[in-house]
Design a protein around this ligand. Structure first.
Ligand code: NAP
Ligand code: ZN
Ligand code: ZN
Length: 364
């Protein structure tokens, strides 16, 4: 099949193939089966049959246009694990039959200072996100992993450690790297008391990773049902954040906090847990602004920062780290037909701890 693309040179034709996907036509519509076009692999491309795709809260924020700027139809999904089914003639990292993974990015400018420093996520031109970004090849927007297959330049495709369960590895591609990157950047390790807020997909990975890095890990959760479970994940202690007395236990004691909450919450209550020079990093991206009191930061020289996913080399480093430490996500495997129900449960913090779609169900 041919798709027409408008470029500076005029209208050009690109060879494409139609594949099945699950997507939404508008912010207030459910996801349903649709057809999308994937390009026929160019010389540096890898074509991947998608076996599993994790369900990130960012998929929901984007499908429902909570961050604005969603272009419809929208096909979410950026925690992709699959099998290579064809490769372009210049591909050297992968061969047909290999397992391969794709995370939150499928391209970037490759020339700016950040791309040259393996920080493609902060590309000056903006990285090409796996979904809802302008597609440089087809002129449409990119479509994510809730689909049969994906075609990605090999420079943005990751290798999967052989010892890890494939379905439970999928969430590492976003939840894993998004938490690994700030934990590494702010030197979390032995001797550090670290708080993790919001034990969903990201938060539960942060607990496992911070523990494997050697830190003392304190979980802050709003869910009573997660208190005991968080210890199983590796937490040294758990604070039920709705309990004012429990919130006193670590006041002024933590070196670092990772905030992975998807909705409105009082960040000042958590900044109070930091010691002098403590750092709190936001990875959760709620729809509305989070007010911060000046005196939550000033008296003890505290830092409030943000962090976005991680670069390609760092994503591979994280996957290899997880392979070495036998770390995967705790998942609930679902059929794609359950995706709308899964979104509703995600909003109620009712998943332990990541939905992963068995993509074979798309063919049912
Ligand atoms: P998730 O699985 O839905 O987890 C979010 C957790 O936040 C919940 O499990 C719950 O934990 C807590 N929570 C939810 N509503 C709350 C409320 N009203 N008050 C207090 N706590 C609440 O989501 P996720 O996939 O881990 O993603 C978390 C956030 O990170 C999302 O906003 C997502 O878009 C963002 N994200 C950012 C990046 C990045 O690059 N920075 C990458 C991926 C995702 P408890 O039950 O323990 O309280
Ligand atoms: Zn994500
Ligand atoms: Zn760049």
């Amino acid at each position: 099949m041919e798709t027409l693309k408008t470029t500076a040179e005029g209208v050009i034709s690109v060879k494409t193939k139609e594949v099945r996907a699950f997507g939404t036509a508008a912010a207030d519509k459910s996801l349903q089966q649709i057809k999308i076009n994937r390009r026929i692999p160019t010389p540096h491309d890898v074509e991947i049959e998608i076996l599993y795709c994790g369900v990130c809260h960012s998929d929901l924020h984007t499908a429902r246009n909570e961050w604005h700027g969603t272009v419809y139809p929208c096909v979410p999904g950026h925690e992709i694990v699959g099998k290579v089914v064809s490769v372009g003639k210049h591909v050297s990292k992968f061969k047909v039959g290999d397992h391969a993974a794709v995370g939150c990015m499928v391209d970037s400018c490759r020339e700016c200072q950040y791309c040259r420093e393996d920080l493609e996520q902060y590309c000056e031109e903006g990285n090409t996100a796996t979904y809802n970004s302008p597609d440089k090849h087809l002129g449409t927007q990119t479509y994510g992993g809730y689909s049969e297959s994906v075609v990605v330049d090999e420079a943005y495709v990751l290798r999967v450690p052989e010892n890890l369960d494939l379905a439970a590895t999928a969430p590492l591609l976003c939840a894993g790297i998004t938490t690994y990157s700030p934990l590494k950047h702010w030197n979390v390790g032995p001797g550090k008391k670290v708080g993790i807020i919001g034990i969903g997909g990201l938060g539960h990975m942060a607990v496992k990773l911070a523990k494997a890095m050697g830190a003392e890990v304190i979980v802050f959760t709003t869910s009573a049902s997660k208190v005991e479970d968080a210890k199983r994940l590796g937490a040294d202690d758990v604070v039920l954040s709705k309990d004012r007395d429990q919130m006193q236990r670590y006041a002024g004691k933590l070196h670092f906090i990772l905030d992975a909450v998807s909705a409105q919450h009082d960040v000042n209550a958590y900044l109070r847990q930091l010691r002098v020079d403590g750092v709190m990093v936001l990875v959760g991206a709620p729809e509305h602004p989070l007010p911060i009191a000046a005196f939550s930061l000033i008296p003890q020289r505290k830092t409030f920062a943000g962090s976005m996913i991680g670069g390609i080399a760092e994503t591979q480093e994280m996957l290899d780290f997880c392979g070495k430490h036998n770390i995967v996500s705790d998942i609930e495997l679902i059929n794609i037909q359950k995706i709308n129900e899964a979104y509703e449960r995600l909003l109620k913090s009712d998943v332990k701890y990541r939905f992963v779609i068995d993509m074979a169900s798309l063919k049912k």
